[in-house]
Write a protein that binds this ligand. Structure first.
Ligand SMILES: [Zn+2]
Length: 320
């Protein structure tokens, strides 16, 4: 008899209604032939992503100063993070420590997405299910957002191991603040993610989602995984993309829930604005995921209100 160690397998049956329901840890004490549900479920340990120490790969040979600009981390700080990191230049492929977690300095979002900033941001790590740009001064977010997104993509990847990796676009600057040409992306809660495509992307460039380019089943599964995290506030997505995802959602999701998710199914303009997937601007070649505030964040949205009050006053003064 071949004894296997206890395998803890977690599956979200809410996110994937047709997945086998697994409510308790499964214990296999012997191998049985794989035949339908109840047989051995292949278990592969997930590629671990370390969020306590994040290493990025230098994409080309260049000076440490140039690399600092590419990564949004001053060269002196990179040297302080890793004392073994010496010399005036880096070589292509060299791994460089860009972040070391310090529990004494909480990572948090301050203010609204279009007015705020971040304290102690974390860099989005490199991983197998996604691709980061080589130029990364805007690849930072709160530690909570980075953790939730890495986890969601990791879970999704287990269900779609052969899907194309997604392109990660803009997050925020290390300290937050203005990210041109965006109005938001300032407080570490906004992330641009390319749709899952049928073919590998030729370059780090978003591709418009059409029936010929979009892997709609895998994209819908990624959206489900993000929603299942419970951490997402809204996702900006063009109506024409939502329509392509609908056939994959319709058979499995309760109609009321569907209407609260897809703005294209909303019956009135107010419901459309409240839907989680909302068309806003373009968003036909990527989705903009906004994560909700946590208790650790400060004045989430408050800056918006302060600004509008000030604006109203200014407006009144002008009219007078
Ligand atoms: Zn965006």
């Amino acid at each position: 008899m071949l004894a296997l160690a206890t395998t803890w397998l977690f599956a979200s049956s809410a996110a994937f209604p047709d997945a086998p329901r697994i409510d308790a840890p499964l214990v296999f004490d012997e191998l049985r032939p794989a035949s339908g549900y109840g047989a051995i479920i292949p278990f592969e340990p997930r590629g671990q992503v370390n969020l306590d120490r994040v290493w990025w790969t230098a994409p080309r040979a260049e000076t440490v100063k140039q690399l600092g600009e590419r990564f949004g981390v001053p060269a002196e700080e990179m040297r302080a993070l890793d004392p073994s990191f010496i010399g005036p230049r880096v070589r292509a492929g060299q791994r460089v420590l860009v972040y070391r977690h310090d529990a004494r300095t909480p990572s948090r979002s301050v203010g609204a997405p279009n007015r705020g900033r971040i304290e102690h941001a974390a860099p989005f790590p490199e991983g197998s299910g996604w691709r980061l740009r080589a130029y990364r001064p805007r690849a930072w977010a709160t530690r909570h957002v980075v953790g939730e997104l890495v986890s969601a993509i990791g879970e999704w990847r287990e269900r779609f191991p052969t899907a194309q990796p997604v392109l990660i676009g803009e997050l925020s600057r290390r300290d937050g603040g203005r990210v041109r040409p965006h109005r938001s992306h300032r407080s570490g809660r906004d992330v641009d993610i390319g749709y899952v495509l049928l073919a590998p992307p030729a370059a780090h460039k978003f591709t418009v989602a059409t029936p010929h380019t979009l892997d709609a089943a895998a994209t819908w599964a990624l959206v489900q995984q993000l929603l299942a995290s419970g951490s997402v506030e809204s996702i900006f997505m063009a109506a024409r993309v939502q329509v392509q995802l609908l056939p994959h959602a319709l058979p499995h999701v309760d109609p009321a829930r569907l209407r609260s998710v897809f703005s294209v199914l909303a019956t009135d303009p107010r419901a459309r604005k409240r839907a989680i997937l909302r068309p806003w601007g373009g968003h036909d070649d990527h989705m903009h995921v906004r994560f909700a505030c946590t208790d650790a964040d400060i004045r989430c949205g408050a800056a918006d209100r302060r600004r509008s009050k000030k604006k109203r006053k200014k407006g009144r003064a002008k009219r007078r």
